[in-house]
Design a protein around this ligand. Sequence first.
Ligand code: NDP
Ligand code: 8X3
Length: 240
Amino acid sequence: MTRTILISGATSGFGKAIAEKYAAGGDNVIITGRRKERLDELANAINTQGKGKALALCFDVRDRKAVFAAVEGLPKEWATIDVLINNAGLAAGRDWFDEADMEDWETMIDTNVKGLLYLSKAVIPGMKERKAGHIINLGSTAAKEVYEKGNVYCATKSAVEAISQSMRIDLLRFGIKVTTVHPGAAETEFSLVRLKGDTEKAKAVYAGFKPLVAEDVAQVVYFCTSLPEHVCINDLVLTA
Ligand code: NDP
Ligand code: 8X3
């Protein structure tokens, strides 16, 4: 059966690799993010490969109205979302608590927590009606262990973990599965974004060990949605 998978933050890193993995397996993917050119490029690449199809939707997960408009405006053939992958997220800054920029804190809370809530709220009604669906939330090892200068990023990922647990309990009555996947350090654009474009510092984050790559995470996410209907992986941690 061809499934429809909605992936937030598919212009880079995990989200892009996840979209490619599902499409290669024959599923249709709704790819989202703010960078339209990248979305169009990925959609074209997937659509010319002749397996799963891709639909690009450009919006900012922090914009509640835009999130609901995008989901509610889906063409009929794309409107049945089987799997929602809440992946869009970021760290902004790596600073001591007392020196951190409060704009960075707002950005992380608005994206990693509120964005995930908005998209989930927009997608859940359809799943509820069909009494089926699977939501995968991207947490992090930062949800499990706070580290120096990780303060609010770690807090947003702890929030993702708590929200996922609540979702799992509250949505069980509709047969909707909820899985939290917590990767450790993975080399994507994550550090470049966190360190505000400083390529040298971003590269140094992965010096001295072999980090995870986006395809590792995509493989694990795909596996979580490839199990029999009655089986749900609740919480999964993977590290290099
Ligand atoms: P990338 O920076 O490579 O990708 C992040 C994605 O999120 C991009 O597609 C970006 O798209 C999207 N995004 C960010 N902000 C918004 C927004 N406001 N609205 C819509 N989309 C947004 O990072 P990763 O792939 O590494 O990160 C993906 C997720 O995994 C994040 O939630 C991150 O916290 C988490 N994570 C990352 C780890 C790592 O070490 N890399 C480890 C554990 C978890 P665009 O800019 O086009 O909007
Ligand atoms: C991203 C991984 O170790 O930078 O969530 O927090 S880490």
